[in-house]
Every structure is written in C-alpha cells, then in structure tokens.
Ligand binder design. Sequence first.
Ligand code: NDP
Length: 287
Amino acid sequence: MSAKILDGAALAKSIRADVAQRAGKLAAAGRAPGLAVILVGDDPGSAIYVRNKVKDCEEAGIRSTLDRLSASTEQSALLARIRELNDDDAIDGILVQLPLPPQIDPFTVIETISPAKDVDGFHVASAGALMTGQPGFRPCTPYGVMRLLGQAGAELRGAEAVVVGRSNIVGKPQALLLLQADATVTICHSRTRDLAAHTRRADILVAAVGRARMITGDMIKPGAIVIDVGMNRDENGKLCGDVDFDSASRVASWITPVPGGVGPMTRAMLLVNTIEAAERKQESHDA
Ligand code: NDP
C-alpha cells in the first residue's frame, strides 16, 4: 500500500481564503478583526513563529499588533500589558508566544488573558470548555488535526484512535477532540509499557512526541490514518516528524508529511480562532 498524502499546506490555504472573506465582511461593517501578539525575549525560533503569525494575519486581512519585550521583562509588566489588551475593544485575540524567560510563570500569564480573547486555547476556561463539550477556543494544533482528519474522510465514530504524547497543548486536547468525535481513544506517553502494541491497534494514529522518526512502519496498522505532529531535526539537521515517513507511508492509507502537514494547519487555525473571536464579539454587540 502507498499512502495518500494529507496536504496540510493546501487545506490551510483554503482555510485562510475563507478567513480572509470573513475578515472582509467584518471590516466592511467597521469591525476589522485584530490580533495582539506579544514576544518576550529574543529566542530565534519564537521570533520566526511570531513573524509568520503576523504575516498570516496581514494576508488574511486581520490587523495585528506586535509587542517585542526584552528578555528581562518583569512578570508584572507583562501582566499589565495583557490587561490593557484585554480592555482594548479593537483587539479580538491575544497571543503570548511561548516559551517565556524563567522569571515569568507561563500559567499565570495564560490565566491573565481574557478567556474571550484566548485564541491559543490554552486558558483553563478553554480547557474546561473542551473537557465538558462546551463551545470555546480549541488549541490550534489539535484543532487543525481534526480538520485534516475531515479532509481524509476519516470515520471517527467507533474508530480506535491512539494519541502518542500527553502535553496540555497537543496530546491531551487532541485526545478530547477525538473522544468528542466518538472515537475510542488511548493516550500513550513516556511511561507507556508497550507503545507498539497500542499504535498497531490504531485506525487513527496521532504522533506528538518530539522524537525524530520514532514511529516506524511496523508499528502501524495497515490502512491507518497517520498524523505526524512532531517537528524535529534529524542527525543531518533536516526537518522531520515523529513518524518514519518512508516505512509508514507503505502501510498507512493517509499520512501527513513534515513539513507541509500539521504545521501550516496550526498557523491557519490561529486565524480561524481569531476570526471566530471577532465574529462572537460582533454578534454580542449586535444583540
Ligand atoms: P512535549 O514535550 O510537551 O510532550 C511530549 C510528549 O511525548 C509527552 O507527553 C511525553 O510523555 C511523550 N513522550 C516522550 N517520549 C516518549 C516515548 N518514548 N514514547 C511515548 N511518548 C513519549 O511536546 P509537545 O506536545 O509540545 O510537542 C510534541 C511535538 O510536536 C514536538 O516535536 C513539537 O515540536 C511538535 N509540535 C508541532 C506543532 C506543529 O504545528 N506542527 C505544534 C506543537 C508542537 P511524558 O508526558 O510522560 O513526558
């Protein structure tokens, strides 16, 4: 079997076009959507992520502001800035790029963002909404994975879904989204005894670990849909996922490439969350 490629770049493009259309409508009504991005410190990786997010906004017709704060910024100053943005009616979404310097507690920062503007979906209010099946912002990466599964025509109801990784930003919310879609979900992690025994049962396999090519073809059920969230550098410095693409693509029915799979979807779903935040605000103004 040779797997079909789940093209995240193409799907993200069509999502961005839809967001741009919705942003145009809001702008025409005098309510152009706005995203505030805060970068603390000068981590080069974070700077690239932030630059891409600002560029994505520009292209989709979403206004963005960028605060670049020094690495020595006190937590109190960052929290004060977030509160200002919470009160700013022109701002629909607030994103603080992680990781933060050691003097700043990321949990306190995230909890200071108004849940109505929590477009990363990391606030406990968003996590609680996801847990209880209420509307709210979904974290961008797992939200994007659900769209990719939709694109593959995956039948999630009753499917065996295995998520490898249990972080708060990917693994856990991914498992909850799959559960909400009526899959039977298993979460694996670093203490899982026999990882391959679990992954081999999976109709839907999501790898979110951060270890280059650790999931090999022999760990995959024939015909499975394989979603590779991982972004790693291999021994030659080449970008690769958690899944060994060559062996896995001989067994799976669908597979995401790295790059060009989940990454572009994560970026696109931030725009979706931002436009949804703006539309909700518009609706509540109109009500
Ligand atoms: P974390 O480091 O927070 O979590 C990794 C998870 O993998 C942990 O739950 C850990 O288990 C588990 N794990 C580690 N080793 C093993 C193992 N040998 N077997 C099974 N499970 C293991 O990472 P993130 O969730 O933040 O990210 C995961 C990957 O996804 C990274 O490569 C990251 O770069 C990438 N990523 C990609 C995005 C995209 O847009 N494409 C967005 C976000 C992340 P334990 O909890 O027991 O420690």
